[in-house]
Design a protein around this ligand. Structure first.
Ligand code: PRP
Ligand code: URA
Length: 212
């Protein structure tokens, strides 16, 4: 794992358990959506554990005290459309003050290269902490292009969160964006000839939205 030093596997027992049902071909669409949401929430809990805190003076029913709250910068969740959308609700249920941006990319079926079709993120990107989310990191083309875009508009703090990663995608991200930590629930074996992750979970967008 030395060459993957920016890669963080989040292998909590609950995450591994839910991921197994997510991968299962017999899991219904309804259950698949619920699992993506639950996994995203559990992973966001881990990924945000080091967010900077600041003091806040409050009064309990008994006395004054100094508590801690998350400091300043608003976290901005950016799903890569479409499949990344499935991860948003789980994260904003946990962090309701988070803003949400959107990056529309799809992989060309023949070249596997990302094709861009939509970008919208909140203003002042240089002052925000971005959590870029997509269930799948396969060739890495989509994650690299989305990160390129965020940096181009001024983002300085970006973390990438996915559910299943392939070694090829982790390498591509680490070469293009060595400053961006990658968090995943699993590092799978390899890509097949259609650039699908093995063993993977199939096409995340199609399973979430029932398009196949
Ligand atoms: C999937 C997935 C990622 C991308 C990963 O999206 O959600 O965005 O593929 O592959 P890569 O690492 O090789 O770029 P897809 O292009 O199928 O679009 P969709 O989410 O609209 O289904
Ligand atoms: N996109 C998916 O949805 N699944 C894969 O295995 C690879 C890319």
């Amino acid at each position: 794992m030395e060459e993957f030093k920016n890669f963080h596997l989040i292998d909590h027992a609950l995450i591994q358990h839910k991921l197994t049902y997510l991968r299962d071909i017999n899991t219904s669409k309804k259950k698949f959506r619920e699992l993506v949401e639950e996994l995203s929430m559990l992973m966001a809990y881990e990924v945000t554990k080091d967010l900077p805190l600041e003091d806040k003076e409050i009064e309990t029913p008994l006395e004054k005290m100094t508590g801690k709250v998350i400091r300043g910068k608003k976290l901005t969740v950016v799903p890569i459309l479409r499949a990344g959308l499935g991860m948003v609700d789980g994260i904003i249920n946990l962090i309701p003050s988070a803003r949400v941006g959107h990056i529309g990319l799809y992989r060309d079926h023949d070249t596997f290269k990302p094709v861009e079709y939509y970008f919208k993120v909140p203003q002042n990107p240089e002052d925000r902490d971005f959590l870029l989310v997509d269930p799948m990191l396969a060739t890495g083309g989509s994650a690299v292009a989305a990160t390129d875009y965020l940096k181009k508009i001024g983002a300085k703090s970006i973390k990438f969160l996915c559910l299943v990663a392939a070694p090829e995608g982790v390498k591509a991200m680490m070469e293009a964006h060595p400053d961006v930590p990658i968090y995943a629930a699993a590092l799978d074996r390899e890509l097949n000839e259609h650039a699908y992750i093995l063993p993977g979970l199939g096409d995340a967008g199609d399973r979430l939205f029932g398009t196949k």
